[in-house]
Design a protein around this ligand. Structure first.
Ligand code: ARG
Length: 392
């Protein structure tokens, strides 16, 4: 089904010694279900046995074709939570993950790995796309308060009975939704493990009046960790932010916080022509980098990240391990051609271990457990509406 070839071990860079990479053509960009990924693993596996969990997790990061931060792959701290089989314990482990990863702003790349997709193990999923995300509320007139990216998820969580503790705002933390063997729990994160940075600009005093903030730790919680002999549907991981992820994309994208018009307005720029968007983008990105630095929260700018990625490519090349990468994800969203990563191409033959996008637990339950709370009679009508909204 999948055209796979076995490659001889090419290096022994991790603590586990030999590291048998499986190279093959698989679609790294589509969303996978755990059972499909399991088939992929079966096709790749040469039966030679596994590697320690920590090595698999670190190699998966090393092979993540969309990540510019891979120079640091050896430093990933891996927490083994494979034995947890209770939703409340999984929640506590997520809280602990954030505590360890945040470390007052020093930020440690961390991955917590829950049960594998195997007979006899619990089915564990985190419904949230990241451990920390802001709610998005759609008003009747179609406008959105908060993060438009999370509107459908916010509606789904609301259908489970959640509502924000105070009046809805632009940066309301979503609760974690955790599913274990069909039991779904909804839990608020304790605020002490969610470090956030209020944004100000080093020169423009009006900037802080915009009331913007962002969380310190990007912790992706819905991707599949695929090793050479196991699939882990729940294995949240984090690094630290590159400034542009927040300053250009999260705050600037027209379908996210869409702040370029407001920033341009404050700057007094004419919006009918010229490079007003570019100037607004620059100001947003300056504010993000400045504010994270002020709070001592680790963050890399896109120029430094680009240099580090090229150093990583060189180091890997010298070990006979050519870096696979997706150009359009590696090149930063602003000032692309001023960074070194822009001026070359990369092979794109994804290998295992890897991290793959996963079908959302809350959209499709084929391949994972059913969600009892969603099929209770009192939720039925509401869920039917959610379903239509989600598919629109
Ligand atoms: N771009 C995503 C966000 O803004 C985070 C993706 C992972 N980023 C990272 N630096 N590890 O939330």
């Amino acid at each position: 089904m999948y055209p796979i070839s076995h490659k001889a071990p090419t290096d022994a860079a991790t603590s586990g010694g030999a590291c048998p990479y499986a190279a093959g053509a698989f679609d790294h960009a589509r969303r996978w279900r755990a059972d499909e990924a399991w088939e992929l693993v079966q096709a790749v596996s040469d039966g030679s046995g596994g590697m320690p969990l920590g090595d698999a997790a670190r190699l998966a990061w090393r092979e993540s074709v969309r990540c510019i931060g891979r120079l640091h792959w050896r430093s990933l701290k891996v927490i083994d939570a494979r034995s947890l089989d209770d939703a409340d314990e999984v929640f506590e482990a997520c809280v602990e993950h954030l505590r360890v990863a945040t470390g007052d702003g020093r930020i440690t790349p961390t991955q917590t790995v829950f049960a594998p997709w195997r007979e006899g193990y619990p089915r564990v999923r985190i419904w949230n796309s990241q451990l920390i995300r802001y709610a998005g509320y759609r008003h009747r007139d179609g406008s959105v308060l908060g993060d438009p990216m999370n509107v459908a998820f916010t509606e789904r969580v609301s259908s489970l009975g959640w509502s924000p503790s105070a009046a809805p705002g632009r940066f309301d933390l979503l609760p974690l939704v955790i599913e274990v063997d069909g039991r779904v729990i909804v839990r608020e994160l304790p605020s002490e493990v969610v470090l956030e940075v209020e944004l100000e600009h080093p020169e423009y005093s009006w900037f802080s009046q915009l009331g913007l903030r962002w969380h310190a730790v990007p912790a992706i919680s819905d991707m599949l960790l695929v090793s050479l002999d196991d699939v882990f549907p729940c294995a949240p991981f984090n690094g630290w932010y590159m400034g542009t992820e927040i300053g250009a994309r999260n705050l600037g994208d027209a379908n996210r916080y869409n702040l370029l018009p407001e920033v341009a307005e404050r700057l007094g720029l004419q919006r009918d022509s010229g490079l007003w968007k570019d100037r607004a983008l620059l100001v947003l990105n300056e504010a993000v980098l400045h504010s994270f630095a002020r709070e001592g929260v680790r963050m890399v700018d896109h120029h430094q990240a680009s240099r580090e990625f090229l150093a990583h490519c060189e180091r890997e090349q010298s070990q006979g391990h050519e870096v696979q990468a997706e150009w359009s994800w590696i090149v930063p969203p602003i000032s692309g051609s001023s960074t070194g990563v822009f001026h070359r191409l990369y092979p794109l033959q994804p290998r295992l271990p890897n991290l793959l996008p996963q079908v959302e637990a809350w959209k499709d339950h084929k391949g994972t457990a059913q969600t009892a709370p969603l099929s209770t009679p009192e939720n039925k009508n509401k869920n039917a509406e959610q379903g239509r909204a989600g598919n629109a």
